[in-house]
Design a protein around this ligand. Structure first.
Ligand code: EPU
Length: 432
């Protein structure tokens, strides 16, 4: 199993380029199932979850060709509209193929995702929304089986609560349904807008993506298209926090500053200097410990749950006490026990973490429990005194493209080390 060996205490300095968004690329790849023509995609990040989604498309019958970040998907025929348990258990976002498969082929068989490190995460809202579009759905033997032999029909859906992949799944189903679909309480995340932008290029009629009401007028057929994925706002935020935490001076490039607006606001309040004078880039400087500033995670455009752990790492060395409230997932504080091993002072009370800032952290051996938790440990290690070993970094490889190479290029003393004896088991871990 790979580990990261990190020597803390070097302020980062230089340029950190952001890759394409994992969470936009996943639904965008699933959307390619909606047409029998080739779809050409650019800036697809080369991370583990993307490889998993590509195998899922191939399993269903699509041809996927890849040249670095350029990926072409040609789903000419889909003989096997299924997502097997072996794949779904390693990536929950596999449920994103449910909507496209049933819309295109009239049937889909997708394994139910289990629980994961950050919470139960059911897909009940995906299922009931598709039923609303006329799919007959049965759940048995751990699978969701959807049938719509004469196609889906438009409908009006109001999500009980905001769901990102639920909105994307339904949107992808609605584009080929007969008549109009209205999605209320839709997720407003930039990733939803990105998949809608691709669908529009493919011939779909969609209005309002990126707002909480999306209107779709179904069309009979979609065609091929070419699309470049948006920048990964979570990777961008992770890098901004890495720059600040290391008390460095970093230029994060290839990003959309508006997509990290809630983070910028908090970072400025905590004392970091952020400069957006260069288009598509943000320079962060923070030459001292931050002031403690509270956050509460919310759906976009609120503070992202996917940056909560990394932000907490910064607050562990803040001056004062911060309150970090997690409202999206019920179990997303796994990193706190590991941060405590590095000397952080954190108390959990229900959905709130109370973080009393310390002067410094000390390097330790820690274990990554999920993707963003592992990023938070890498960040903490950058500022900790001495050496930190972060174990189970396969979690970080699911969503960050060559993170150790990018961080090393701006001065971090980080090294990937492989433990040959356990490398066979590294696929077996949990997922988020
Ligand atoms: N929920 C339900 N029923 C459903 C769907 C969701 O109860 O049918 C609940 C979830 O359990 C959760 C809340 O609704 O408590 C919101 O979940 P959502 O559906 O929005 O999450 P998701 O679509 O499964 C995506 C990202 C996550 C990110 C969340 C929240 C992708 C592939 N994943 O997950 O990303 O944390 O939205 O923003 O887009 C990550 O990248 O590390 C990651 C976990």
């Amino acid at each position: 199993m790979d580990k990261f060996k990190i020597q803390g205490g070097t302020p980062l300095s230089g340029e950190l380029p952001v890759s394409g968004s994992k969470n936009a690329a996943l639904p965008v790849l699933a959307a390619c199932l909606l047409t029998d023509e080739p779809v050409i995609l650019h800036r697809i990040p080369q991370v583990k979850d993307i490889g998993t989604m590509q195998s899922l498309l191939e399993y269903a019958g699509a041809k996927v060709t890849q040249d670095g970040g350029n990926v072409t998907v040609h789903a000419k025929t889909l003989d096997r509209p299924e997502a097997p348990y072996e794949v779904v258990k390693t990536m929950r976002a596999s449920s994103l193929v449910l909507g496209p498969l049933v819309a295109r082929t009239g049937r889909a068989r997708v394994s139910m995702p289990g629980g994961c490190a950050i919470g139960a995460r059911p897909i009940n809202m995906h299922v009931s929304a598709l039923e609303h579009l006329g799919a007959t759905i049965e759940q048995s033997h751990g699978y969701v089986e959807a049938q719509a032999p004469s196609g889906l029909r438009g409908g009006s859906i109001h999500f009980d609560r905001i769901t990102v992949t639920g909105t994307e799944d339904l949107l992808m189903a609605a584009v080929l349904a007969k008549g109009q679909t209205i999605i209320r309480n839709a997720a407003r995340e930039p990733e939803v807008k990105d998949v809608a932008d691709l669908l529009i290029k493919m011939g779909a009629k969609i209005e309002g993506a990126g707002t909480s009401i999306i209107k779709v007028q179904g069309v009979e057929k979609l065609h091929g298209a070419e699309h470049t994925i948006i920048a990964d706002r979570i990777e961008a935020g992770t890098f901004l926090l890495a720059g600040a935490l290391s008390q460095g001076d970093v230029l994060v490039t290839n990003l959309v500053p508006e997509h990290v607006g809630s983070l910028i606001m908090k970072m400025e309040q905590a004392g970091a200097e952020l400069d957006d004078s260069q288009p598509g880039a943000l320079r962060v400087r923070c030459l001292r410990r931050p002031k403690a500033v509270d956050i509460t995670t919310e759906e976009y455009p609120g503070f992202p749950t996917d940056l909560q752990a990394q932000y907490m790492s910064w607050m562990t060395v803040a001056q004062g006490i911060s309150f970090i409230t997690e409202t999206i997932f019920e179990n997303r504080f796994m990193h706190t026990q590991e941060l405590a091993r590095m000397g952080a002072n954190i108390r959990i009370e229900g959905r709130q973490a109370i973080v009393a800032g310390e002067d410094t952290l000390s390097g330790a051996q820690v274990i990554a429990s999920d993707l963003r938790a592992s990023a938070s440990l890498v960040l903490a290690a950058l500022v900790a005194k001495g050496e930190t070993i972060v174990d189970r970094v396969y979690h970080i490889d699911r969503g960050y493209e060559k993170i150790e190479e990018k961080l090393a290029a701006v001065g971090a003393r980080i090294q990937r080390v492989q433990d040959a004896a356990t490398s066979q088991t590294q696929q077996a871990g949990g997922e988020e």
